[in-house]
Design a protein. Sequence first.
Length: 904
Amino acid sequence: MMVTAACVGRDREIEVLFSRLRSVASAEFLAVTGDPGSGKSTLLDHLVRRRLASAESGPTLWARVTPWQAEVSGSLVRQLVQHVGDARESSTEDDDLVGMLDAAVRCDTDATTLVAIDDADLADEESIRALVTLTRDHRARRLLIVVTTTRPGAGLAGLTFDELRLAGVGPEGTADIAAQRGIVLHPAMRQELTRHTAGNPRDIVALLDEVPASTWARSGTQLPAPRYIVENVRMSLPESRTPDRALIEALAILDDAEPLSTAVELAGIDDPLDALDAARRTGLVTAEGALTPAEAQPRIVTPMVRAAVLEVLGMKAVGEAHRRAAEVVADPARRLHHRVAATPTADADLADALAELARTRGADGAWAEAAGLYRQSGRLTPEPLQRDTRVTLAVDSLLAAGDCVGAGALVPTVESLRETPLRNATLAYLAILRGRSAEAQLRLDRAWGIVSVEREPEVAALIAQRHVLHNLVRCQGAELVTWADRAMDMAESGSAARVEAAVIRGLGLAWSGHPDAARAEYESVSERIRFGAQAQRAIMGRGWLQLGLDEIDAARTNLESAVSMAQLGGSTRISLWALAWLARVQFLTGDWDEAMRSVDEGRRLARSSGIALATPLLNWTASQIFSLRGDWEDAHRSVAQSTTSIGDYEIMRIPELLARAQLAEAGADYGKVRRILGPLEKMAETVPALSEPGLWPWVDALANAQVIEGQYDAADRLLRTYEERAAERGHRSSAARLKSARGRHLGATGDIHGARRTFEEGIELLDGLGMRYDQARVNFAYGQTLRRAGKRRAADAVIGTARDLYLALGATTYVERCDRELKAGGLASSRIDSRSDNHGSARDSGPELTPQEEAVATLVARGLANREVAAELFISPKTVQYHLTRIYAKLGLRSRAELAASRR
């Protein structure tokens, strides 16, 4: 099937090129570099075609250099100007290359001239010199010369270019390339094909065309090399029985992590350094970064070259090599992998050995490795029921590792097996990670209902541990502790189920109202589990708890440690939680750029793993930062990503509602805040983690909105319940936030002295916690309350503090609101940058408005309704209408539309 090449997966690079075209102010060079097949020519073609199709573009010259033109003087220039008659006629001398180029690129308008040259490193030297001379003689000319070269950092005629390096396309780009060929890739195969080819479009296309179509609909298939690579490798391999050939074959058989000494022993060579030098000269082997023999860690250059070497060797030779490797390597898991690779038929003893090692690795938290071992064990197991169990355990281990995509590929196989407690527990696990609470509950109930605790204590413990995870994301503290105790009672000492229940139990204690017991629990767990992949779980859980208990510095340290431990081979799910809660810490402390980096890394991990649980938590942080910075489009996009999720767990629903409420609050739509957060008041009656102070700051936000909307009794009832609990727990940040809302309430109901005392107590509680966002928020509410009570001078000082805090955070939305408050107060308008007044000339020509009237006029002109203006300025809608009447009279206007028009 012939398909026209398209520029797939290169949106960023396309934007870079066109941005450069739009902004160029002088003669400039830009080199697009990349490996052969990376899509350089396709990208350049796309640039030229779009440029030619644009009605407003300037002159466009393009050429594609071929190897034989390098020796033909001026061949590139003549190709560039072949369609420009004036250029060929401008010079009487055929070798006046600069003159020909000058005439071709000359433009009567201010438009940029584009010169596009494909494979410029093959061009003749005279033409390149002419291009360089042209740019140096006409530096003020708007000219962009874009060239493609295979070599990064290539310099032509002594000129070094700005460089746009084409890396491989990602999994989405790979899927798009496949779709152009009518092939739908299984999600797991998207990842595998991208990894195998390093995202090289030419190699992706070659494999899509050469490999049977059925391969792409399943997972776990080892991919070959494209035929052209196999032939290139066949030509590059040294002769048989030579030391360098033996070393290359050994490296192709062994894992990249094996030391050179293992490859030397397998190859049976006497002079490894000579063999290594010879192997590197073939281009099939690399030892990147090694300058001395002691640092040498050679490997085959790419997975495709490795596959090609194995294909050239043939099945018999590969099998023999794996058998010998099993006797040489030291690691037990790798030794078994080599035995498996050499075994084409069922082998019960080998299958048992694999299963036992998988169990051990799982207990250590190395679930990805355990999954591979269980899967190999299942293939080699002759007894059907035992084979089914091991296949199910392979899927369960993939889920424990956080690989929902890989596990999902095997789910049809598991669903086709007979019903067992293990099968139901595994399918429930997948439902949990995908955020499907109802499905998980049904499957867990069924698994627990049919398991025999006496006959299958390990399976029963595993089911109990899944109940622990289920109740964790349901935010149910007491039930979590109950199931954790069951799991720990039934599980063997040191088993995975026991360890994973233990590292979560402390959170259940905290959510049950026992924070001191939770601290003690994690002290004990941290002493018992100090190393390895399981330690990541304990450290992440402790950081999660510490965030909820206001131990911000300790939380940051532990969550950062948990993120950094991802390479130990633990669970992607744990890394996701660590990133999501670390982003919360960074948001609260005002490190918003760091928070967004954590969010971006978490989102990437969530997409690649298929785990949906933490995405709303990540999007909550993102939407807060975007809305506070005034980036409304990205804020709405982040909220939409959570809203469209099919997940129904509380740990997904709560942050989604908080994100929507934050967006409404930043826009001063307090009625919407109240409608969004209202359901949480009912939810908190059955969700302990929501009613405990710490992680979810919803009570103060809802009470604040109720006060502004005039629902004083409702706000009072809500606050009383949670004020008592925060005081009982000694939770400072929650108490401070609640005092902010209580201060609003007292001020609105006429007790300004009580309001001032309460706000001051809240500010004092936050002192030393490092929560800069909450400090700004409390000061802003305090200042608004003072201004409404007529304490304008005091309000000016407090709002000025809030403004400084928001400015340091980069929260432009609230900096502008502070400016409006200061203007409305009328005492400190000089603090505000005069550049924020975009309508001075309109006012100069008519009667002067008071600061309060000016603030109202500005908001009404932006399209806000009276109720929205009232919420923004913390005054009543009647007061807004009163000011509007005076504004219309002063300015001689009759309507809101005329007011808006006068402000344009």
